[in-house]
Design a binder for this molecule. Sequence first.
Ligand SMILES: Cc1cc2nc3c(=O)[nH]c(=O)nc-3n(C[C@H](O)[C@H](O)[C@H](O)COP(=O)(O)O)c2cc1C
Ligand code: SF4
Length: 496
Amino acid sequence: MKFERLFEPISIGKVNIKNRIAMAPMVPGGLVDHDGGFTQRAIDYYTERAFGGVGLIISGCTKVSEKVEPRTTLMFVNRRSISSFSELAESVHYYGTRIFIQLTAGLGSVIVGSVIDSGFKPVSASAIPAFWRPNVTARALTTEEVEEIVDAFGKAAQLLRAAGIDGIELHGHEGYLFDQFSTAIWNKRNDKYGGSLEDRLRFPIEVLNAIKDKAGKDFPVVYRYGLKHYMKGFRTGALPHEDYVEAGRDVAEGLEMAKLLEKAGFDGLHVDAGSYDSWYWAHPPTYQPHGCMVDMAAEAKKCVTIPVITVGRLGIPELAEKVVAEGKADIVALGRALLADPHWPRKAREGKVEEIRPCTGCHDGCLHREMYQFKPISCAINPATGRERLYTLGVVTQPQKVLIAGGGVAGMEAARVAAIRGCEVTLYEKGEKLGGHLIAGSVPDFKRDIKRLLDWYVIQLERLGVKIRLQVEVTPELIKKEKPDKIIIATGSTPI
Ligand SMILES: Cc1cc2nc3c(=O)[nH]c(=O)nc-3n(C[C@H](O)[C@H](O)[C@H](O)COP(=O)(O)O)c2cc1C
Ligand code: SF4
């Protein structure tokens, strides 16, 4: 096998995982029901990734209480929604995949602006400006309110374990509520939850203890956090290699945290970087190099013995294998790479790297779509994401002769799908090469993933037997001669 280390089993606590590949937590926006449970579309979406061979799925962040902060569009563990969690667990277990639910204390001061506009006063560790509405000051949670949230975590974990869920990840990264408590710049409290680093970590550690108490000591709990915030100040992030004074957490404190979290009894760490102020770390766009946060995980790994998960543009199998083989992390989490191609793990295991549809790092069809357009999660280059059942590409009963004009990305995708469905496809391109705008778009170094996507299409069309006619313009005469059943015009468009 080409990627041997990636396919070695590993355990988090007592839970055995069949390989070193995890699906990174991603809120399945739009696939959640009114009670906060998973819809059938969400179950199909996760099950497709399990079928594709991922060892561990970590769900998107999920609430345990609505008391101090509204749920908005997130999942929510409660007696009405819990059956959908058990349905999901059964479904992914069928493929030997483990599932952890990522539980969040809440968004706190980074809650979306529209919720604040509707009259809700954001909460946080202390009275700090709301990220999206800086003229609004968040209210500091009372000690009793924090204790109530701790209690709710224990109850949620108990329900989840009974429902067949394998473990929990706590959502402590990127400046969300747990992070607001654990970071000095946001936590100015005088009660037991403020002060030294140990005191600032009291909230997540009490949550850990509540989970272990209610769900069992052997129910594994991972903590996700950023080793470093890359933050120059409120709403001002730092760039890679920039010389600046860290306003949030620096690496030294991040490493101290790793030791304290292990000592407290966490079963694993999921290490990334950044905060809302420097979002391009936690959500690395195409401008960030592949594996841009591996160094953070590698530093943490030197300080602890529990498994360390790394994340961030790790969709190149050779790189993922190298990270594990060099001991920089124990598990590689893939987020968008699994949206673009749910069968990434299976293809890597079979050594069919060129078959993997590569994520281009655009964020257009995933994060942007769900956060700013309020549409269900999907992927710009894999529209079946989030619609797995609907977009099953079955073979047509009456195969058609399909003529496609235009060999850009739309024409190539149309050709690919029509050929998979059993049609006889001819793709005409006026220029010398397939690719259209992808050709010019893939020239800059930081857009090499677009070239990988173009190469993937060329390989797919060849394998599927699509006839490609380069430097041929589609004319009425050509159509009369070829007599296609269907014509698809994919010669480009102008945005409306
Ligand atoms: C659509 C979307 C939703 C996300 N939701 C969450 C989330 O609920 N919890 C979390 O910790 N990270 C979330 N993330 C961040 C991912 O877990 C991951 O860290 C990030 O996408 C970088 O990894 P990647 O390059 O493999 O995609 C989300 C990312 C995306 C694209
Ligand atoms: S929409 Fe873009 S960034 Fe998101 S998964 Fe798809 S290709 Fe990757």
